[in-house]
Design a protein around this ligand. Structure first.
Ligand code: GLU
Length: 384
């Protein structure tokens, strides 16, 4: 075969996707696997959203949409930011993509030059450094420890800034740690960035999943220097529909749209329409989000207590649907521990290696309480 590019040869596969694939492959062989790998809600999307998708098909919404997104959805997203976050965006400042991942990628590709630096608090989601690398830039991680609740200090972020810093990534509630940053810290980081004309890329996908404390919209402190990465996957259980949306300054959004127009065109038309309905039908959607949040909170409490009880140190996260747990009692090497958990206990987890979390694994509790009890029992047996 002719050669692949150096860029792609250097690119690692996503470990969240890979370990989820491994768990599902084992399940396909007939093994009863509890997959706590991918962050994917186990709930069906709300009924009114499913109905909207049917309606979109009946209405013949089967054609290309504008590549930056259907006007109806861009308006609904702008209204969401006004209503929920007190942020004013015009529909032209909204870009709709194939999932939050593509919003992020379009953003990085639009602002980064080779050699630029991107500060990312860690443990971080695996696709941040991978996308930064694709843009020819360099990730500068700022690692926070479990004892700090995985929340970095403002001082540590400040020390990581160099003349080459182009972007600081924020993700609160965080994937993979579930940490929710205090308002003062978010404000402090944004102000640090704004003073130096550094972009803030804030991944707000887990905005609605906060159990203790509260979500802080970073954009309120410097809207003209911030790209919000958001989407329908996590809060509305629409992962497979692949709808993400970005909000930012007009010039940045235009650049991202230009890139998307050459790469994928617009996102799925039916899913865009249904997502707009999810955003607009606030009462019904709110009831759904509250129902899922209540379930996640209970699952979190059971999982965190169960893991700590058997000696696996697990800080209680305030949001999202992940816990990070110290698995050195299973194996010093977290990759080996994750493999043992899957192969011997049939519990799928993601090793902390690519999150920069040594000795830890990430477990998603976006699965039933019954599965969580089953997983705890199996891990206990493995430890014994
Ligand atoms: N964001 C989810 C996760 O971290 C889905 C997989 C992915 O896109 O990385 O598990």
């Amino acid at each position: 075969m002719p050669q692949l590019s150096e860029t792609i040869k250097a690119l690692k596969a996503s470990s969240t996707v890979a370990f989820d694939g491994k768990a599902k492959a084992l399940a396909r062989t007939g093994v009863d696997v509890v997959a706590m790998t991918a962050g994917e809600p186990d709930f069906q999307p709300p009924e009114h959203v499913l109905e909207a998708a049917h309606e979109a098909i009946r209405k013949g919404m089967t054609k290309y949409t504008p590549s930056e997104g259907m006007p109806f959805l861009r308006e609904a997203v702008a209204a969401k930011f006004q209503r929920e976050n007190n942020l004013s965006y015009s529909p032209e400042q909204i870009s709709v993509s194939n999932g939050g991942k593509q919003v992020l990628y379009n953003g990085f590709m639009s602002v980064l030059n080779p050699g630029d630096e991107v500060i990312v608090p860690a443990p971080y989601w695996v696709s941040y450094p991978a996308q930064v690398q694709l843009a020819g830039a360099i990730t500068v991680p700022v690692i926070a420890q479990p004892e700090e609740g995985f929340i970095p200090s403002l001082e540590a972020i400040k020390e990581a800034i160099s003349p080459k810093t182009k972007v600081i990534v924020l993700n609160s509630p965080s994937n993979p740690t579930g940490a929710v940053y205090p308002k003062e810290l978010v404000k402090g980081i944004v102000e640090l960035a704004a003073e130096r004309d550094i972009w803030i890329f804030t991944d707000d996908l887990y905005e609605h999943l906060v159990y203790d404390g509260e979500f802080t919209a970073a954009a309120q402190f410097a809207q003209d220097k911030t790209l919000i990465i958001h989407g329908a996957s996590k809060a509305y259980a629409l992962t497979g529909w692949r709808i993400g949306y970005g909000a930012g300054p007009t010039e940045l959004i235009k650049a991202m749209n230009r890139l998307q127009g050459q790469v994928t065109s617009g996102a799925n038309a039916v899913a865009q329409y249904a997502t707009a309905v999810a955003l607009n039908e606030t009462k019904k959607t709110h009831a759904f989000v509250e129902m899922t949040k209540k379930a996640y909170r209970e699952r979190r409490d059971v999982l965190v207590e169960g893991l700590n009880k058997m000696g696996l140190k697990t800080p209680k996260p305030q949001g999202a649907f992940y816990v990070m747990t110290d698995v050195r009692a299973i194996d010093e090497d977290e990759m080996a521990a994750a493999t043992k958990m899957l192969e011997l206990a049939h519990v799928g987890v993601v090793p902390g290696t690519d999150f920069l979390a040594k000795g830890q694994v990430r477990m998603s509790y976006a699965t039933s309480l019954e599965n969580i009890y089953k997983a705890l029992e199996r891990i206990k047996t493995l430890l014994d």
